[in-house]
Write a protein that binds this ligand. Structure first.
Ligand code: NAD
Ligand code: LMR
Length: 374
């Protein structure tokens, strides 16, 4: 039996499963959700009266402790603890959103790709469980674990290939890699440099900076040319900013010196994503907008949504790409291809080709893993 700290009424509940919830990201993200999601409920015009956080981790002791601790927080969000002993199905049954920060993080000197072997095994196992326990025609799956560039292809192709019930479920429109941390960093670093150089008086607002491509080194393309912050960056400042966003993860890995990678900033970024999906599924809004790393073609090899057909040739037919999207309860409904049209020459001619050639290798690696598994 799962250790259910607060009773939950599954029928009237929006259930969010967090897999890897005892880890650095999982704990902080669960805290933010437990403390803040009640505000979404207040706006809800649906019959859902309750939000339930189902927390799963292979570390049973740790997840029981985290759940007991969170359960004392005075918000009307219920929490339950799950581990392999009680079965992952108790966590995943009836879940509308599954968030996955399960897996190993980097240590200094490692690339995200070095995590592939261990984390691809974890992601495909979790994908099998999602396919067995969740309603594939409804559930949203947000993949945080690294390397995102390869693990989202693993998640999508494993489910489509090995789980016949996925056919025509449209699940590939609802599996997304979380690249929001790159957007959070781009905004933070741009504001910082503007203030340092006395370029902006708007110290209390944060810039929006679109970031597209993937989530690793040069696959990350921050589009400072499309920021809403008017700034006159010189060439050196621009180069510095691009590099800092592309290698922001390394800064944290280095500073933590063997004790993992970004957890708090990632939890903040993940919270911003989950809260939007909650708002969508509660009916507070009909559609949400956000940038996620997604397959650009569906299971039948057709463009995943309007806009993807225009984007595919622009991104050298990369099969997966992080791009601003419109999302409804059915999944991705529009792909903002025009963001690539609006790139400046340097972004289009220098950054994009490097991104796409690396992405293709990362995606192939994911596909090969799934092919070799079955
Ligand atoms: P962590 O080691 O602190 O936590 C990972 C948790 O996953 C642990 O509690 C572990 O017990 C659990 N786990 C391992 N295998 C599992 C399984 N099969 N099922 C359920 N739980 C399992 O690591 P972290 O710092 O939280 O990072 C987690 C992952 O997120 C890493 O791969 C990291 O690289 C990635 N990450 C991604 C981003 C991003 O922007 N997408 C940002 C930061 C970190
Ligand atoms: C990040 O960008 O901080 C994460 O992807 C974690 C890492 O390994 O850098």
């Amino acid at each position: 039996m799962p250790h259910s700290v607060t009773p939950s009424i599954e029928q009237d509940s929006l259930k969010i499963a967090i897999l890897g919830a005892a880890g650095g990201i999982g704990q902080s993200l669960s805290l933010l959700l437990k403390a803040q999601l009640q505000y979404q409920l207040r706006e809800s015009n649906r019959t859902v009266t309750h939000i339930h956080l189902a927390l799963y981790d292979v570390n049973q002791e740790a997840i029981n402790g985290v759940t007991a601790d969170l359960s004392h927080i005075d918000t009307p969000i219920s929490v339950s603890s799950h581990s392999p002993a009680g079965g992952i199905e108790n966590c995943l049954n009836n879940a509308s959103i599954v968030v996955i920060p399960a897996g190993v993080p980097r240590k200094p000197g490692m690339t995200r790709d070095d995590l592939f072997n261990v984390n691809a095994g974890i992601i495909s196992q979790l994908g099998d469980s999602i396919a067995q326990c969740c309603d594939l025609s409804k559930v949203f799956v947000l993949v945080i674990s690294n390397p995102v560039n390869s693990l989202v292809p693993v998640m999508v192709s494993n489910i489509l290939k090995n789980h016949p019930q996925s056919r025509n479920s449209g699940i590939e429109r609802r599996i997304m890699g979380v690249t929001k941390l790159d957007i959070v960093r781009a905004s933070t670093f741009l504001r910082e440099i503007n203030i340092e150089s006395g370029l902006t008086p708007r110290v209390n607002s944060m810039p929006d900076v679109p970031v597209i491509g993937g989530h690793s080194g040069e696959t990350i393309i921050p589009l400072f040319s499309q920021s809403n912050f008017l700034s006159r960056l010189n060439e050196d400042q621009l180069k510095y900013l691009i590099h800092r966003v592309q290698y922001g993860g390394d800064e944290v890995v280095k500073a933590k010196n063997g004790k993992g990678s970004a957890t708090l900033s990632m939890a903040h970024a993940g919270y911003k994503c989950v809260v939007q999906f909650v708002s969508l599924l509660l009916g507070n809004t009909d559609q949400i907008h956000g940038t996620y790393y997604i397959p650009l073609k569906d299971a039948n090899n057709f463009p995943i949504a309007p806009g993807a057909d225009q984007l595919l040739p622009l991104v050298g037919d990369a099969a997966y790409f992080a791009v601003p999207l419109t999302i409804t309860t059915k999944g991705v409904s529009y792909v903002d291809y025009d963001i690539v049209n609006r790139m400046n020459d340097m972004e289009r001619n220098e950054m994009l080709p490097v991104c796409v050639s690396q992405l293709k290798k990362n995606i192939d690696k994911g596909w090969e893993f799934v092919a070799s598994r079955s």
